[in-house]
Design a protein around this ligand. Sequence first.
Ligand code: NDP
Length: 282
Amino acid sequence: MSSVPNITLNDGNAIPQLGFGVYQIKPGDTAEAVSRALEVGYRHIDTAEMYGNEKEVGEAIKNSGIDRSEIFVTSKLNNSFHEPDDARAAFDRTLEDLGTDYVDLFLIHWPLPTQYNGDYVSTWKVMEEFKQSGRSKSVGVSNFQPEHLDRLASECDVVPAVNQIEVHPYLGNEVVRTYGRDHGIATEAWSPIAQGGVLEDEIITGIAEKVNKSAAQVVLRWHIQNSNIIFPKSVTPERIEQNFDIFDFELDGNDMDAISALDKGEDGRTGPHPDTFDFIPG
Ligand code: NDP
């Protein structure tokens, strides 16, 4: 049905541009959703320690019978574990919970510039160790602003392979996307359909009617044509299938521009701002 393109990261590794996200899937439901996604053809799963479902993701991958090497697995370092030794122990636990001896991509989940004396640099140096050891094939960051990335560039060796940030039609996040493009850092767009919040927009529903696709498919296609890496989440079987079926049509330049013009800047942000977000789980 679909053929998902790969994007080549700055370290030479390839990542499927479309994957499956598992944030906010209820405990007990993740394994089933991931199994379904793997059956449909997804080969890229985005999880995090924070989501509390790495074990279930690992279970679904194991039970799928699909070779581990064919599935791109991402997880993330939780906010409590930025101190180097805590990060090392947390990464060990992530691999154990996923039941694998490597992940394809490991990210610092949030920069937390107002915590840990603003030191995400020593955390990044530990991420470099994970890459060096081969236990994370690629390493990256999430929710980093240009000034955070500038600091890594001046104080560290490895350039993050990706920056996973909030992007959807109501929050284009162009400044951060452009920084990534200029520095070889791929943009991963979280909440690609704004958790459903953009699907009633008349511009989007109008285009959907014209191209005979759903509003979600139109928005996901807009991301693909903008070179964003995406992993929409759903627990609904038809939607899991629908979100994978976005490679048999194309949006023309006018439709692409019309969707991009929906950008509301900061007013479109649904999640916390990376400069001020400081939550550390107890
Ligand atoms: P999404 O933008 O993927 O939206 C998910 C919501 O949209 C769910 O409520 C789902 O409902 C619904 N939905 C999915 N597909 C369709 C469809 N075809 N038609 C109508 N509704 C649909 O939100 P997420 O926040 O989950 O983002 C995706 C992934 O990004 C996460 O799962 C996670 O992996 C990552 N993420 C990372 C963050 C970070 O800080 N790094 C922050 C947030 C997310 P239902 O499940 O009921 O079908």
